[in-house]
Design a protein around this ligand. Structure first.
Ligand code: HEM
Length: 498
């Protein structure tokens, strides 16, 4: 078989890459810094390849390989090398994360998704909008409607005795709620299909590739043209949505775009700022919530004792003649504990990325400007120093009194950085309140209304591409209706006007 021009191109690329890497290593090795700095230690690595053999795997997610390396070498703060040009400092201990996220907060910035098309989006503004009571209220109505739709699908499947791809249904619920809350797009409309395609496409381009390979080959692998094409289409779509908002005058049921438009007028915000915020919210909220819902439900199905205990609590408080309401949540501590434990064991964002802007010291080691830092959220929530049996799903750990865990946990936004599924400090997730509410209500309602049968249990294999932490296999099971009285989704939709 002859060598094609594509093969030749790749061979030239590889030779150039290796020669440059060798020269780079020789050059940087012989340069001594004028001031002797002390960087964090680095586990033994190979020349040129660095830690790739320890971190790259086609069967193991990147955050797990990083965790194994940190725990194996007892290195809560370490430097890793991915090839000759790329290095990160990795924090895997709560006390160090606290120094980084709180004490030296001003020395670091978040590394954002590749959202350069709109420049830096105004996240202070987004925070004030998402974390407001009116948004939670709006979210509640859209959430109720979509959860009722999901129940109708499951009742139907239960009556037919059919299996249900619960994972796909949960993704639909999350997306429909987000699209409605952000820009009032109706479920199953043409626009909702379009935007779902866009969010999935962008998610695959940005987050669906091997972290190690993306670092190594950057733009060669990242399909820059495809990314730009997607962003361009999204831009046209958003322009239409914003124009429609401008033309419809004042309304009572306001969405995130309405709030952003007000700010645009009051503070003379550039139009790109609105688009940037919308893009960031869609990308940050969509995958994370559905991943959290799927893992938590899968754990519950695989732990029938947890399911029974949870249902007992819900039936005791809510009964069998109505569904859970927001006001019931404070009376359901076990439900809260189950959701916390799901997020601890399967954090949807297992790695948080920061870049150092001003040199500082973390854990006695020097961090110089431009260093890239990974806070390994997954490792911190698996630390045996804090968590007993950290790999087990044990919601009860959050109910122990007096409990170290409860002290740790007062605020899920990471006030105490042993538990930080939503990050910490002033950069913590602005959607945390909405997300916790959504997960509690969906999980509570499903467990209240159904049993779930999955032959051989749910497969808990983790997908290993990118830096997210999704399930590798679909979450498929047979729902069995427990005949709790459910209102119809249509009845709720009729008093909800777009
Ligand atoms: C279970 C669901 C979710 C999880 C686990 C999660 C987790 C996170 C984490 C770890 C961060 C980074 C925090 C940091 O850098 O310290 C983040 C940022 C962010 N999240 Fe979430 N999130 C979730 C849901 C949502 C939702 C529903 C929304 C919006 C409706 C949202 C919007 C955002 C935005 C806009 C940022 C960027 C904030 C910034 O860079 O300042 N998230 N999220």
């Amino acid at each position: 078989m002859g060598i094609t021009s594509m093969d030749k191109y790749f061979i030239y690329f590889l030779i150039t890459y290796l020669v440059t890497a060798l020269l780079f290593q020789l050059f940087t090795k012989n340069r001594r810094p004028r001031i002797q700095l002390q960087p964090p230690p680095s586990p033994p690595a190979l020349p040129i390849l660095g830690h790739i053999p320890l971190l790259y795997s086609s069967t193991r997610p990147f955050h797990k390989s990083l965790t194994t390396l940190a725990f194996r070498d007892g290195a809560p703060f370490m430097r890793i090398f991915i090839g000759p040009f790329s290095q990160f400092m990795v924090v895997s201990e709560a006390s160090l994360a606290k120094q980084l996220v709180e004490e030296h907060e001003m020395s670091f910035v978040t590394i954002r998704l590749k959202n350069h098309a709109y420049g830096m989006s105004n996240l202070v503004l987004l925070r004030s909008i998402l974390d407001s009571d009116s948004q939670v209220k709006r979210f509640e109505h859209a959430r109720e409607r979509e959860v009722l739709r999901l129940l109708e699908v499951l009742v139907d499947k239960a009556e037919q005795g059919e299996a249900c791809d619960l994972g796909a249904e949960l993704e639909k619920v999350v997306n429909n709620v987000l699209f409605s809350m952000i820009m009032k797009i109706q479920s199953d409309s043409y626009e909702s299909v379009k935007i779902r395609e866009f969010v999935n496409g962008l998610g695959a381009e940005i987050g669906g590739r091997s972290f190690v390979l993306s670092e190594l080959f950057g733009q060669f692998l990242c399909g820059r043209n495809k990314l730009e094409g997607l962003l361009l289409k999204f831009d046209e779509f958003l322009e239409e949505i914003i124009l429609r908002h401008e033309n419809r005058g004042s309304v009572t049921d306001r969405d995130v775009v309405d709030s952003l438009k007000d700010e645009e007028q009051a503070a003379d915000l550039p139009r790109n700022n609105i688009k940037g915020v919308v893009l960031e919210t869609l990308m940050a909220g969509s995958g994370t919530m559905s991943v959290a819902l799927k893992w938590t439900l899968a754990e519950i199905i695989n732990h029938p004792s947890v399911l029974n205990k949870l249902r007992e609590e819900i039936v005791g408080v809510v009964g069998l003649h109505k569904l859970i309401q927001d006001s019931d949540i404070p009376k359901l501590p076990y439900l809260q504990a189950v959701v916390k434990e799901g997020l601890r064991l399967h954090p949807p964002t297992p790695l948080i990325m920061r870049k150092c802007t001003h040199g500082c010291q973390i854990g006695g080691y020097d961090v110089i400007p431009d260093s890239r830092i990974i806070v390994n959220v997954y490792a911190i929530m698996q630390d045996t120093g804090t968590w007993k049996f950290p790999t087990e799903f044990i919601p009860e750990r959050f109910l122990e009194t007096p409990s170290t865990y409860n002290e740790l946990l007062v605020d899920a936004k990471g006030q105490n950085l042993c538990y930080l599924p939503f990050g910490g400090g002033s950069s913590a997730c602005p959607g945390a309140r909405l997300a916790i509410n959504m997960i509690q209500m969906v999980i509570g309602t499903l467990v209240h209304c159904f049993d779930f049968e999955a032959k051989g249990g749910i497969n808990m294999e983790e997908g290993c591409l990118g830096s997210s932490a999704g399930m590798a296999k679909p979450l498929v099971c047979h729902p069995i209706d427990k005949h709790v009285i459910k209102p119809s989704a249509k009845a709720l939709s009729s008093d909800f006007h777009f």
